[in-house]
Design a protein around this ligand. Structure first.
Ligand SMILES: [Fe+2]
Length: 294
């Protein structure tokens, strides 16, 4: 089984809770990022982008259509954060890196698990989420359902809804817990952990950096739903360039030039809140096959 964190205390907490909160970038590094960001020119100018049909009310570099800008973001974030990836994680590398800017009083997000980037759902990719100012519930900090990682094999994707689609409001009311994160601190979480950020209800923009990391010995993939055959999912290659080159509209479908790696059975199913509660209770036991520390 894979060792994920270099530190054994962090490794143990991650296996149970699905995330860790750690110190990361310095005030000077935050200022450097903000300075570089001020020179960048995304298509949506870091503001509400109502040009997309998804009516998304925040800036996300992943969703921006200026590919040169997306490359600049990837390069800047990779440069600043690679030493911290090396410091905390055991043989992981950055595959995708983005800014998320929630304008004042906007930016509600969908509750989700991250799209799996590894073909084996028992293996572990992680996301680093690092805000550039203090974040708390009111300005849209990250919220997790602790221990919800890897309790059900499910592939969420651009056209594949989460297994919890029938009890999203209940997740907000009863299960999601906000984590206060100081500027430059970061959460590092399992991509299978259910997470969410609410609207930014402050008068200042809320800027956060999101970084997807995979084990160095693994090839990143993207799962594609097949509209006329729901019993299977297609697996396609998805390297760093894949996420820079595709627009979100592309990811909802299947472009002919994507390289197929084959097909896997579609095990997705939609559960009730009661079953979710039962799975959470048995979480450590279910996850024993995934993490060496359990
Ligand atoms: Fe996410």
């Amino acid at each position: 089984m894979r060792k994920i964190f270099r530190d054994s205390h962090l490794e143990g907490h991650f296996a149970k809770a699905g995330y860790n909160k750690v110190p990361m970038i310095s005030p000077d590094e935050i200022q450097h990022i903000l300075d570089e960001m001020s020179k960048m020119r995304p298509e949506d100018e870091f503001a509400y982008n109502d040009k997309n049909r998804f009516k998304i009310s925040y800036h996300c570099s992943f969703l921006d259509t200026n590919k040169q800008y997306k490359r600049q973001v990837h390069s800047l974030i990779t440069k600043v954060f690679t030493p911290y990836v090396e410091k905390y994680l055991q043989d992981y590398r950055i595959i995708n890196a983005n800014f998320y800017v929630k304008p004042p009083h906007k930016g509600d997000f969908a509750i989700h698990q991250n799209w799996p980037i590894l073909q084996d759902l028992e293996d572990t990719s992680v996301t680093i989420w690092c805000p550039l100012q203090d974040t708390y519930r009111e300005n849209g900090t990250i919220q997790f359902v602790p221990g919800s990682h890897k309790i059900l094999p499910h592939v969420e994707g651009p056209a594949l809804p989460g297994y919890f689609k029938d009890f999203k409001q209940e997740l907000i009311d009863r299960w999601l817990q906000p984590v206060d994160v100081k500027a430059g601190e970061a959460t590092i979480f399992d991509d299978g952990l259910i997470h969410w950020t609410a609207k930014n209800d402050s008068d200042q923009p809320r800027i956060a950096i999101q970084i997807l990391c995979i084990p160095k010995d693994k090839k990143p993939v993207h799962f594609v739903g097949i509209p006329d055959d729901p019993s299977r999912l297609e697996v396609v290659e998805a390297d760093e360039d894949f996420f820079i080159e595709q627009d979100f509209e592309d990811l909802v479908g299947r472009k002919p030039e994507w390289k197929s790696l084959g097909f896997v059975p579609n095990r997705n199913r939609f559960i009730t809140e009661q079953e979710f509660a039962d799975l959470l209770k048995r979480g450590d036991e279910i996850r024993k096959v995934c993490y060496a520390s359990l």
